[in-house]
Design a protein around this ligand. Structure first.
Ligand code: NAI
Length: 317
């Protein structure tokens, strides 16, 4: 059995340190926190550590894998569930990879619903208005969720909870998955359909599948053209499920009604950091954020007390 005592912890934020230090009292690892992201430039600082701990926007490609092998690292521990940023075959067989497959599917599902409600009822805009003594309602009209149709792509742990929450609003819920769970669908009155029917019929589409080579840019010019003009797209999955410039065009042409994005295809450059004094170089993201019907958050769906505690505990275990 592999023995691990030292951990090089990349992209460490104050909240990571807080939860990992607290949970590590039970495990006693020697953890060194590095602010930098893991990349070809920084991989060498993990030399002589037993394990590397990485997050969603750290890159572990073939070059990083070679550097980790060279430095004697034995384990890559992802403190997240998605692993699209890791070239697992380049690490094998010398370096094992572990992840946290489930830390709180509720955190992410509840956040997806938060995004839907916010974008629909515009509470984020109302908050700023009333602070400025503007009590006008003009422009804030939303729609009843009750009776509308939601389309859930990916009915794994998170997608299933999201579907159940939306059933609670009295929505009709359509779903699509490569491996449908018919028993669950029957129990919750959810209807599995093909993607084309889901795109054509849904008023809200929420993405809950992982990013794989097969579903890269599953939301693109072609699939957007099938959707209803009143559709709202919600992405808490991974940024590259959506072709952002096609999304931008659809919003500009008013062929869809809005988008709430907790993940973005080029997020690595921006998300989790304060860029408020710098110029935004990404023209697509900058333009998306000018739309009143677009809501962007910084990959925070997982960010609850329960999730942070479970992430630290499972990773250390
Ligand atoms: P899961 O593995 O339980 O479920 C994923 C489901 O997607 C599976 O049922 C799978 O069959 C299905 N699927 C895969 N490819 C598909 C496709 N092309 N079309 C339809 N269905 C497909 O995963 P879980 O825990 O529900 O998480 C889903 C994703 O959410 C993760 O892979 C991750 O990328 C993302 N995530 C985002 C977070 C955030 O903070 N924004 C936090 C946690 C996860």
């Amino acid at each position: 059995m592999m023995s691990i005592s030292s951990i090089a912890f990349f992209d460490a934020k104050p909240y990571d340190r807080e939860y990992f230090n607290r949970l590590n009292e039970r495990y006693g690892f020697h953890i060194t926190y590095f602010d930098s992201k893991l990349s070809a430039e920084t991989a060498h600082i993990s030399r002589d550590y037993d394990a590397v701990c990485a997050f969603v926007n750290d890159t572990i490609d073939a070059e990083v894998a070679a550097s980790l092998k060279d430095g004697g690292v034995k384990l890559v521990a992802l403190r997240c569930s998605g692993y699209n940023n890791v070239d697992v075959s380049s690490l094998a067989p010398d370096i094992h990879v572990v992840r946290v497959p489930a830390y709180s599917p509720h955190a992410v599902a509840e956040y997806a619903v938060t995004l839907m409600l916010t974008l629909n009822r515009k509470t984020h805009r109302a908050f700023y208005r009333t602070r400025d003594n503007n009590f006008s309602l003009t422009g804030l009209v939303g729609f009843d969720m009750h009776g509308k149709t939601a389309g859930i792509i990916g009915t794994g742990k998170i997608g299933r909870i999201t579907a159940e929450l939306l059933r609670g609003f009295g929505m009709r819920v359509l779903a699509h998955d490569l491996y449908p769970n018919h028993e669950w669908a029957k129990e919750h009155d959810v209807e599995y359909v093909d993607t084309s029917a889901l795109y054509r019929q849904s008023d809200i589409i929420s993405l809950h599948c992982p990013l794989t080579p097969e579903n890269l840019y599953m939301i693109n010019r072609g699939t957007l053209s099938l959707m209803k003009p009143n559709v709202m797209i919600v992405n808490t999955g991974r940024g590259k499920l959506i072709n952002s410039s096609d999304l931008l065009d659809a919003l500009k042409n008013r062929s869809i009604a809005g988008a709430a994005l907790d993940v973005y295809e080029e997020e690595t450059q921006y998300f989790f950091e304060d860029h408020s004094t710098r110029i935004m170089e990404d023209d697509v993201l900058a333009r998306l954020m000018t739309f009143p019907n677009v809501l962007v958050t910084s990959h925070q769906a997982f960010f609850t007390h329960e999730a942070l505690e479970n992430i630290a505990d499972t990773t250390l275990e």
